[in-house]
Design a protein around this ligand. Sequence first.
Ligand code: ADP
Length: 231
Amino acid sequence: MALEERPDAKLDRAVIFLGPPGSGKGTQAKELAKAYGIPHLSTGDMLREHVSKGTTLGLQAKPIMERGELVPDSLVLKMVAERIERPDCSHGFMFDGFPRTVTQAKYLGELLKQHGFHQPLVLHLVIGSSVLMRRLTGRRTCKVGGEIYNIYERPPKVEGICDNDGGELFQRPDDREDVIRERLHAYEKQTSPLVQYYRRLGFLHDIDADKSFEEVKQRMFESLAGIGGVR
Ligand code: ADP
């Protein structure tokens, strides 16, 4: 039976999706989290929620996100620490967009130890920069359920409408070409050093992300099964 159909497939681990904006992290992380029945924790989604609610954190993060820069570690770390305290995280979780700096990665290592988790498994999505711009400018997200589409590669059945819940699809304000360039720059400068960091520790699994959505998903399932994360 395919792993994704196994009702007893469980992870007791923290899984990190690492890859540039547009590599498919969010789409894949959501699917895998659903398959394993553990929470999908996207720091980008959490921050966007703070922005839309107008919280203190949201007000601080908004202008930074609009420029495509990284929100300061201190703000993100507090938000993450609070989130993984919740009971739904007791059997593992999938991080999408976190950690994004070596400081964040070190802090996460400590947090996981405190909560009795093994070290994280890192799925690294490898992809050429030419594909990314097309993916990001084509990205559309459902206002209701957050489902992610791509008008070129993964279009909804009806233009502008979510297949799952009929919600309206919107384009993220930071998916504009000038902001995308800044986000890619931030990734190269601040987040790509994490690849080396986790590779040295032996936690990293490279996944070729320039493949169809289904192929990438299958490779991820294989990596998770291969490292004994499934019990
Ligand atoms: P993407 O990976 O597609 O760029 P995300 O939704 O993960 O998008 O993040 C959107 C924005 O939220 C980032 O450009 C950044 O400003 C902020 N952000 C998200 N996660 C973090 C983080 N871990 N540290 C700092 N800033 C973050």
